[in-house]
Design a protein around this ligand. Structure first.
Ligand code: SIN
Length: 481
């Protein structure tokens, strides 16, 4: 049980060294009970700047290695993470509150990106294009973009790092990572394993600190950084985009969502209940692809709602280190106030609390279902990021599509139907980057993850994920008589 302590680190990692320029430290708290898990050195923008210099110096030699050489180091990193799966999962649960079972799942999920892109490193194919005159030959090659700044959130302390840096490293880029100050310990644990795996100095840099805005700004404004990959809120994504304008930086943005979960009258209701529980309550609703609005055909509204409320009543909130817990605490007080605000707003506009509806204590919000939800309620437009499931009613396919698309967001969407034609038509009409048909969990390293509209741009994972980290070069050879 104490094994995880061997993977606790309290410093940043820059240019192949554990780095601490600052004697000031900050506390990492367990969101389940506010206890202190560890203290970490609080670095600042100056440290980020040093990391950028190191990554810049390391870029040429790393990019010159063959894909196979990079792949070997990445495979070692993958293996080390899997060997230490239990310790990493414990650290993740302690600092994020994620139930241990979900943390184990995240280690598998996050490590899979390393394995996938280690394989892709060897397959960064170009093209030969028929020349446009008889004496010309045309080739297209892909080259790494340069230094990548990765800014990652607390809700997936491991997977959001590996989903960004794995394609970057595989392509030949070097990285400067700024993880969330809420969950730096998982990030530092996998940094230690990256060091053991043998990345050359400067290739992999991790800078931890609480001053998110100045650390992000320096990454965005540095002319030595070629690309920023960010997962987080739409508001911060907009700030980073503005800051990146002066250097015309490339951006991958994985931002907020407002996922509709549409259940048509012909759907398998038990499957829909199961999918809605998984899609809504994963990490207590604190993911960008979590179900935000359940839209149910009026003919099955009552039967679905009864079964769903019963399933919600079986969920168990508590400290994620205990057996059988599947509802995590909210990450902090701000999140609690926000979730409570959505519920109060819905009640004031006629919403019915069918179960839950209030905080259990200062850390946990009860899994909640709100019936008779309407478009006037705040969660119809905004992301809840908490264990609250509003149920809306619709009567036609057209109404369902209009309701589903009536949001600035466009990340994940879900639909339940047994009608093949309907599943095609609705999937095509949904303005989202991801559609789950009869499935509430859609994340995988083999599939392209990303959104449209205010949910961002770029795709992570799959064969598409590496494209965001390469430049395409067209080479024309002339005078071949
Ligand atoms: C996120 O919440 O940003 C990521 C969710 C996922 O990868 O499933």
């Amino acid at each position: 049980m104490e094994e995880y302590k061997k993977l606790l680190f309290g410093k940043s990692y820059i240019n192949g060294e554990w780095f601490s320029a600052n004697t000031e430290t900050f506390e990492v708290l367990n969101p389940a009970d506010n206890s202190v898990v560890a203290r970490v050195s609080n670095e600042n923008a100056q440290a980020v700047s040093q990391a950028i210099d190191a990554a810049h110096a390391a870029f040429k030699p790393w990019s010159k290695k063959s894909g196979k050489e990079r792949s070997v180091i990445m495979q070692r990193w993958y293996a080390l993470i899997m060997e230490n799966k239990e310790s990493i999962a414990v650290i993740m649960t302690l600092e994020s509150g994620k139930p241990l079972q979900e943390s184990r799942g995240e280690v598998d999920y996050g490590a899979a990106f390393i394995q996938w892109f280690a394989e892709e490193a060897k397959r960064l194919y170009g093209d030969i294009i028929p020349g446009y005159t008889a004496d010309r030959r045309i080739m297209v090659i892909k080259q790494p973009i340069g230094v990548v700044g990765a800014i990652t959130p607390w809700n997936f302390p491991l997977a959001m790092i590996t989903r960004k840096v794995s394609p970057a490293l595989a392509a030949g880029c070097t990285v400067v990572i700024r993880p969330s100050e809420e969950t730096p310990l998982t990030a530092l644990a996998i940094t230690h394993l990256a060091e053991k795996a043998g990345f050359p100095k400067g290739v992999f840099n991790m800078v931890v600190g609480t001053d998110a805005s100045s650390m992000g700004k320096i990454l965005c404004e540095s002319s030595l950084v070629s690309k920023i990959s960010f997962t987080g809120s739409t508001r911060v994504g907009q700030i980073l985009s503005t800051q990146s304008v002066s250097t015309l930086k490339k951006l991958s943005l994985e931002l907020g969502g407002n996922a509709p979960f549409i259940i048509f009258e012909d759907a398998d209701i038990d499957a829909a209940v199961k999918g809605a529980i998984a899609g809504k309550f994963r990490f207590s609703g604190q993911t960008c692809v979590c179900v935000n609005r359940i839209l149910v055909h009026e003919k099955i509204y009552e039967i679905f709602t009864d079964k769903f409320v019963k399933a919600v009543s079986e969920l168990k909130p508590g400290n994620g280190m205990q057996e059988g817990i599947n509802i995590a605490p909210l990450i902090n007080k701000k999140a609690m106030d926000r979730v409570e605000g959505f519920v109060e707003d819905a009640i004031s506009k006629g919403g019915k609390i069918l179960i839950g509806g209030k905080r259990i204590n200062e850390n946990f919000f009860a899994p909640t279902v709100i019936g008779d939800a309407t478009a006037a309620m705040n969660f119809a437009k905004e992301e809840i990021f908490g264990p609250v499931a509003p149920i809306f009613k619709f009567s036609t396919d057209e109404e369902a599509i209009n309701l589903a698309n009536d949001t600035i967001y466009g990340l994940a969407s879900y639909l339940y139907t047994n009608d093949l034609k309907r599943s095609w038509k609705i999937s095509e009409a949904l303005e989202y980057g991801i559609v789950g048909i009869n499935e509430g969990l859609i994340s995988s390293e083999v599939a392209p993850f990303g959104g449209i509209k205010h949910s961002g741009s770029g795709r992570e994972g799959s064969k598409y994920g590496i494209e965001d980290y390469v430049e395409i070069k067209y080479i024309c050879i002339g005078n071949i008589e």
